[in-house]
Design a protein around this ligand. Structure first.
Ligand SMILES: Nc1ncnc2c1ncn2[C@@H]1O[C@H](COP(=O)(O)OP(=O)(O)OP(=O)(O)O)[C@@H](O)[C@H]1O
Length: 749
């Protein structure tokens, strides 16, 4: 079990000075001693240990259950318990926001939290609750198969953001849940960097071609055979084979039908086959589908249950309606290739969304049952952290915007909590200086003026605007913005490439984005012909995934929401969800690039500390009177106040503070003592810690005395009873003897 004998300082708020050097020193002392968790107030910092630690067992669960955060050594269980307790005791919805860069341990943290919550609920062992917990756990397996992939940073990297609600009934038992997914990295379907892989699902299908569930897919088991799994030079690992079984069994637990499961694997196989469709240019500039390698077009049409001729047409031509007439327009080679890849990405994206909706179908019915009205929720958000690569594109732009929003929620929350606490305790609020990143959120999301609006406007002018022109539009509208820069608007910014890059000064640091691909990725269009084709599928599951394919070709369709706007809408909804709950934070840090259990890569960690805004977090938390303790905590320190004192705890505390000359460093709240500097807190804590052993001995002595006295009283009572009983027995005996004597001697009284 954990002890309080901890290396370093368990809360960064207690650092004597807030500098990155002191922060890192404490982080390293603790990590090197095997302590991966440290707090900033109630925020838990977690450093990935890259080894199995024996700190998540039942003994630890018991130690943290029902305890206040600061009663035990820093641990993620304390955060989970706090969220669970506030949900149970105050009937308040809460959510745990987990962030950090890829490989920092977010998903592991979310599983540890789930495990803790599962362990502390349902002590009565109801079957129904066990079933719901099982569904929640199994749903993770499915989401990881279709949403995770091996990257160079993490062998099991989540390539989507995930928010999961767990719903509890009024007794605090889990009764269901709901998953919301954010921005799947669908570009991975068609392209991976060297050493990386496509989503796990593809290798699971390939590794199990003889398994009955995958035997009719017509797949070659070698990933090198398929363009979409070939680029990373990937192979099937043994895990993929057994993971396939786990996925199947999870799908069955969640109530996926045999047809559902078959369709999922058929879609996965169809995407692999689609990647092998190639094109060549004819003399007249038209294109032909070359269709090498076992006629992939035929295979795709079979798997998706669409007409092969229609598929061939959709891959090589577009049908457009002009003046009420339908015209066929042949693709150029690049249009055909872009169209094929867009189709592959869109099919997988729809499949993933459909899988999430099926998972939700398994989780939701209980929540909507009237019987469970009035329940509460704990949400867990496992979302991508700030991303900065050599080349940053539209995806990093969205992810960093997401982090900008989360940071805003976080700082707002910390300030709100602080103000409420000061108000409740009757202490005048002192303004805290902090960086308000609203200005950066506005730069991205402001209607008509933000980057997303400018991109959307450019997307309206189909074919007429390219990425370079988009950059020009951004330059002209944002040139005066303090957090925007490009070579054109700030000629001194020599590190930026002319007409190619722009820079955003995020709260966490500067990020240079390459404009190339922004327009196409924001438009995120799939030719209407493909939508109609998929809607014509004889497989009702596939048809239902593409309802917009039902639209009449001649009717003017509403322009679909762009990817940027859709993401903005989902972020605004997420912020609303978080603001309606009591948030708790886990900030994950990756110690090194080698996935090694020892060694902190100093520069890399400093980078993450700054991108997670941790020093800013300490600063806000440290402003004013950062440390608060209830009045009865120190009463034993002074001879005036312990063991006998006639005044209130508050007066007693005031007496001992005066006695120790700390009055200039504290303020007196209604129920708590507010302490400004860590030094005063340490001094008080030290005095308390020194006295505790003596008090324990005193209490033990008193307790033993009390036990002995109780025992003595019991014995005395027993003797008393025995004495009376004996007396009663003797009296009865004598009475009977006398009676016998009277009868034999005929004595009459
Ligand atoms: N608490 C932990 N104990 C032991 N190992 C851990 C822990 N946290 C993370 N790891 C190890 O680090 C690996 C990466 O962690 P995880 O997948 O949770 O990262 P992530 O932040 O979710 O990454 P991504 O954003 O790429 O999905 C895990 O597979 C596991 O091996």
């Amino acid at each position: 079990m954990a002890t309080r004998d901890e290396p370093g300082i368990m809360d960064f708020v207690l650092l004597d000075e807030i500098t990155i050097e002191r922060f890192m020193e404490n982080l390293m002392i603790r990590f090197n001693a095997g302590f991966i968790y440290t707090y900033i107030g109630e925020v838990c910092i977690s450093v990935n240990p890259y080894r199995t630690l024996n700190i998540y067992g039942q003994d630890y669960i018991n130690q943290y259950k029902g305890r206040e955060i600061f009663e035990n050594p820093a641990h993620i269980f304390a955060i989970a318990d706090s969220a669970h307790r506030s949900m149970k005791m105050h009937r308040q919805d809460s959510c745990i926001v987990i962030s950090g860069e890829s490989g920092s341990g977010k998903t592991e943290a979310s599983k540890i939290i789930m495990k803790y919550i599962a362990a502390v609920t349902n002590l009565t062992g109801q079957q129904e609750v066990e079933r719901v917990k099982n569904i929640l756990i199994q749903s993770n397996i499915i989401l990881e198969t279709f949403g995770n992939a091996k990257t160079n940073r993490n062998d099991n990297s989540s390539r989507f953001g995930k928010y999961m609600d767990i719903n509890f009934d009024f007794k605090g038992d889990p009764i269901g849940g709901r998953v919301i997914n954010y921005l799947l990295e669908k570009s991975r379907v068609i392209q991976q960097q060297l050493g990386e892989r496509n989503f796990h699902s593809f290798y699971q299908a390939l590794g199990n071609t003889t398994h009955k569930e995958a035997s009719n897919l017509g797949l070659n088991p070698d990933p090198q055979h398929y363009f979409y799994t070939r680029q990373g030079k990937s192979t099937i690992t043994p895990a993929d084979k057994s993971d396939f079984q786990a996925t199947l069994s999870a799908c069955k637990t969640l109530g996926f039908s045999a047809t559902d499961i078959k369709t999922i694997w058929k879609i996965v196989a169809a995407i692999l086959q689609l990647g092998n469709v190639t094109f060549s240019t004819n003399d007249d500039d038209s294109i032909t589908v070359t269709n090498f390698h076992n006629n992939p077009v035929e295979q795709v049409s079979k798997l998706l249950e669409v007409d092969a001729k229609d598929l061939l047409t959709a891959l090589s031509k577009r049908i457009i309606a002009a003046n009420g007439e339908l015209l066929q327009k042949a693709h150029t080679l690049s249009q055909a290739e872009v169209g094929r890849d867009a189709l592959a990405k869109a099919i997988y994206d729809r499949l993933f969304t459909w899988i999430v909706s099926k998972v939700n179908e398994a989780l939701i019915p209980y929540i909507e049952n009237d019987k469970y009205k009035g329940g509460t929720v704990i949400g867990v958000l496992d979302i991508y952290g700030f991303e900065v690569f050599e080349q940053n594109s539209f995806e990093q732009f969205c992810i960093n915007y997401c982090n900008e929003k989360l940071q805003q929620v976080f700082i707002d929350l910390v300030l709100r909590q602080e103000q409420e606490e000061y108000k409740k305790e009757g202490i005048a609020w002192q303004e805290v200086k902090y960086f308000n990143n609203q200005v950066i959120c506005d730069l991205v999301e402001k209607p008509h003026q933000g980057v997303i609006a400018i991109m959307d406007e450019a997307c309206l002018n189909v074919g007429k605007v390219n990425d370079e022109m988009l950059l020009e539009a951004m330059d002209s509208k944002l040139s005066n913005h303090k957090h925007y820069s490009s070579r054109q608007v700030k000629t001194l910014d020599k590190d930026l490439k002319h007409k190619t890059q722009f820079k955003i000064l995020h709260y966490a640091g500067d990020v240079v984005y390459n404009i190339y691909g922004f327009l196409e990725k924001n438009k995120d269009t799939l030719f209407q012909d493909f939508k109609r084709l998929l809607y014509s599928s004889k497989n009702p599951i596939i048809r239902d995934m593409w309802p917009e394919g039902a639209l009449d070709i001649k009717s003017t369709t509403k322009r679909p929401v762009t990817a940027g706007s859709a993401f903005k809408i989902s972020m605004i909804a997420l912020v609303k969800t978080l603001n309606s709950k009591m948030p708790y934070y886990v900030r994950c840090i990756k110690p090194n690039e080698n996935k090694a259990p020892v060694g902190i890569d100093y520069k890399r960690v400093v980078h993450q500390v700054s991108y997670l805004g941790l020093l800013e977090n300490v600063r806000v938390r440290r402003a004013g009177f950062a440390h608060r303790q209830p009045y009865n905590r120190y009463k034993m320190i002074s001879g005036f106040t312990w063991p006998n004192y006639k005044c209130s705890d508050k007066e007693a505390t005031r007496a001992l503070i005066d006695e120790n000359h700390f009055s200039n460093d504290v303020k007196y709240g209604v129920t708590k003592l507010f302490i400004r500097s860590p030094q005063t807190l340490f001094a008080l804590e030290k005095m308390r810690a020194e006295l505790i052993p003596a008090i324990v001995i005193l209490l033990q002595k008193q307790w033993r005395g009390a036990i002995c006295r109780a025992k003595f009283r019991k014995m005395k009572a027993a003797y008393f009873i025995i004495k009376f009983y004996r007396r009663h027995k003797i009296r009865t005996y004598l009475k009977s003897v006398l009676e016998a004597h009277r009868l034999t001697n005929n004595i009459y009284f």
